[in-house]
Design a protein around this ligand. Structure first.
Ligand SMILES: [Zn+2]
Ligand SMILES: [Zn+2]
Length: 361
């Protein structure tokens, strides 16, 4: 470690909620370093829709300073005495979760992403009272269970957006039986949707991409979609009546008057509609009438991020099949430009920010 300066914890923070997209560099206090913790110097951080929802106050009031970002890759700078699977200098990642109780039923069943005592990577609180701050920053500390070694075959910039965006769709695809012989629909070809198309295809399913208009049709095919459906064409659902085993919906905006009936009609018997999109609090799912879900016995559900097991399996699959997200890279100081691109839907298909406060050797 000779020649290396001690890590300074600083990040791009929302300091004024009324000007939430203007971030400024502030120092912050990391959690107290414990025997189970790993500390890393951050090199890359993806920009997730959650970052915008949280920073803008869409999911609840913001208490500044708030540093968002939960698609983090970096180099290990310190490990606690109980940490066996990573060492200083290793390349590792952290997603949307940095802690859970690790002893409840969910945690014991490898569902720690559903632990009622989950600690989220930012806008959360550690048991020691310190607030969690995310990855638009120089460094982060987390319990080793939530720190994932990155396979050598994956570049850091490609691994980063997998750690929330990727696993958020990989987990429900796996949990709901995606594989050879299955028909999978993906609604919304953005950050999450583009991962869903690539992973569903890699898992062996036949994949339909649903997208508004035709602007993304060619891209969706290159990502691996066997079919692309333009959802601005009235009645698009008729030809796909009772087709899908799984529909993954990444939609996070439901304008008034939208109905899910047409979507549900495309599900095969016991087919599953899984939402991973998380709108602002004032945008609930459209009303569902029992007729919409009884006539094909379909199931309506949701999914939140993924477990360590899911992340490790996803990274392995990506490494084996050469899956690379479609990314646009920016220095961290241009995070607000990335926010703009996500908000306006211009992003193709994930922004990844590179460290620029304290470049990592
Ligand atoms: Zn996320
Ligand atoms: Zn738990």
């Amino acid at each position: 470690m000779s020649g290396q300066k001690e890590l300074e914890f600083k990040g791009y923070a929302v300091t004024d909620p009324s000007a939430w997209s203007q971030l400024s560099v502030v120092p912050f206090q990391p959690k107290n370093f414990g025997p189970d913790d790993v500390e890393l110097a951050i090199t890359h951080c993806g920009v997730c829709g959650s970052d915008l929802h949280t920073a803008s106050g869409g999911w609840g009031p913001v208490s500044p300073p708030l540093i968002v970002g939960h698609e983090i890759v970096g180099k290990v700078t310190r490990v606690g005495e109980n940490v066996k699977d990573v060492k200083v200098g290793d390349r590792v990642g952290i997603g949307a979760q940095v802690g859970s109780c690790l002893k409840c039923r969910a945690c014991n069943d490898n569902y720690e992403n559903y632990c009622p005592n989950s600690i989220y990577t930012y806008a959360g609180q550690y048991p020691d009272g310190v607030r969690t701050q995310g990855g638009y920053a120089t460094a982060i500390r987390a319990h080793h269970h939530f720190v994932f070694p990155i396979p050598d075959q994956l570049e850091s910039r490609h691994a980063a957006p997998m750690l929330c965006g990727g696993v958020t769709v990989f987990s429900p695809l796996k949990a709901n039986g995606c594989g050879p012989g299955k028909k999978v629909g993906v609604i919304g070809i953005g950050g999450l949707g583009h991962f869903a198309v690539m992973f569903a295809k890699a898992m062996g399913a036949e994949v339909w991409a649903f997208t508004r208009g035709t602007a993304k049709a060619e891209d969706a095919k290159k990502m691996g979609a066997d079919h692309v459906v333009d959802t601005t064409v009235d009645g698009y659902w008729n030809d796909l009546f009772r087709t899908f085993d799984i529909i993954i919906s990444t939609v996070d905006h439901f304008p008034p008057g939208v109905t899910l009936r047409n979507i549900f009609s495309m599900l095969y018997v016991h087919g599953k509609y899984i939402t991973v999109g998380m709108p602002d609090m004032d945008e609930p799912l459209p009303t569902i009438h029992p007729f919409d879900i009884t006539l094909n016995g379909c199931l309506v559900g949701g999914s939140a991020i993924g477990s360590r097991e899911d992340v490790m399996e996803m990274l392995q699959l990506a490494a084996e099949k050469g899956i690379k997200p479609w990314i646009q890279e920016l220095p961290m100081k241009e995070a607000s430009k990335a926010f703009e691109g996500v908000k306006s839907g211009k992003v193709r298909y994930r922004y990844v920010l590179q460290q620029d406060i304290a470049p990592v050797a």
